[in-house]
Ligand binder design. Sequence first.
Ligand SMILES: C[S@@+](CC[C@H](N)C(=O)[O-])C[C@H]1O[C@@H](n2cnc3c(N)ncnc32)[C@H](O)[C@@H]1O
Length: 390
Amino acid sequence: MNDKTRILVTCPKEVPPLLAGEIEALGLPVLSRETAGVMTEGTLEDCMRLNLCLRTGHRVHRLVRNFDAADADALYQNIAAIPWEKHIREDGYISIASSVRNDTIRDNRYANLKCKDAICDRMREACGRRPDSGSELRGVVIFLHWHGNRCSVYFDTSGEPLSRRGYRRMAVRAPMQETLAAAVVMTTGWNGQGHFVNPMCGSGTLAIEAALIALGRAPGLLRREFAFMHLKDFKREKWEAVRAEIAKQGRGSPSGRIIATDINPQAVAAARQNAADAGVESLIEFDVCDFAETRVPEGGGVVVFNPEYGERTGETQALIPVYRRIGDFLKRSCRGYRGYVFTGNSKLFNKVSLKPSRQWTLFNSNIECRLLEYEVFGTRSGSGLETAST
Ligand SMILES: C[S@@+](CC[C@H](N)C(=O)[O-])C[C@H]1O[C@@H](n2cnc3c(N)ncnc32)[C@H](O)[C@@H]1O
């Protein structure tokens, strides 16, 4: 429990800089940034903190052992040499996940099977029986990272990805993954000061993540189940203490307002329910309306859109006027705000009738998306509107 080991936190591509910032803010070192993850180090207790606090991480992996393995037999031998009986209960349940790029392996499932056999044979030898195994993430999860001859075996201490916060029981079409929504809010720089306006809110993910960020509330507090709870050295009292300490942290209410609207009443009902489950319903003002009717308060802040982005050509054509109208709305109603549009359709990137001041690439699963920023200068009473039109 108190041994320090390497910890690999995975995340979507392009997110490692944000994730590295989160890890450092928790007082842990950033040893390296990978394409889709960050390497740090710490104890099992640190893994608990990471699972509770991270907003942009997907899974927290605690290193068990590194070794070289040229083929499946070498993999088996090396894995069978690990004292699994110290970590896993013989009457427990295990599942294996992997990322394998080794010339001798054509199917990951073969590597997973070898790994499972090695663990179970070792356990049977040491304890007289072996844990059950399968693909469900309901027990100890082992993650095998085997690229070339280099193999790293980890405990996946999260199990279900951390994007499953537990508050989104009601989803509408094309909901945004919670970790991606957090990455979008963090990229806008919004932290509770100024207003957060989210027309086209769908199931409310952006507004809910914004509220959690503004409160400084750890998103993992909403979850009851993590894979580390099934490890033999898991101490419930320690976990309760870590959880209680993190639950005490946080800031007061944001000074800015959070406003979420959608044209679809069912989406707003779902968003309201999700916000209630996340414990932030009182912080978000919901309304059913066309996005252009959203009441944007004086005072400035951010306006964040995640419009549909369509996949077929016909859909893209139909969405062009919607994106134009978003630009018109920003110009007309959002002076003093920074506007953001998150979209995954490259044909729509330049259809907002404004020139972006900055843009970032983010991935929604494997769809390359853009977060486009538009600065809308001036005040509503003043005459100085200075946005660049395309
Ligand atoms: C891609 S979804 C947003 C998903 C959201 N980020 C989430 O996590 O659930 C786009 C939303 O825009 C809404 N919408 C489409 N046209 C609209 C309009 N003219 N005015 C307001 N909302 C609109 C849809 O009802 C849908 O909920």
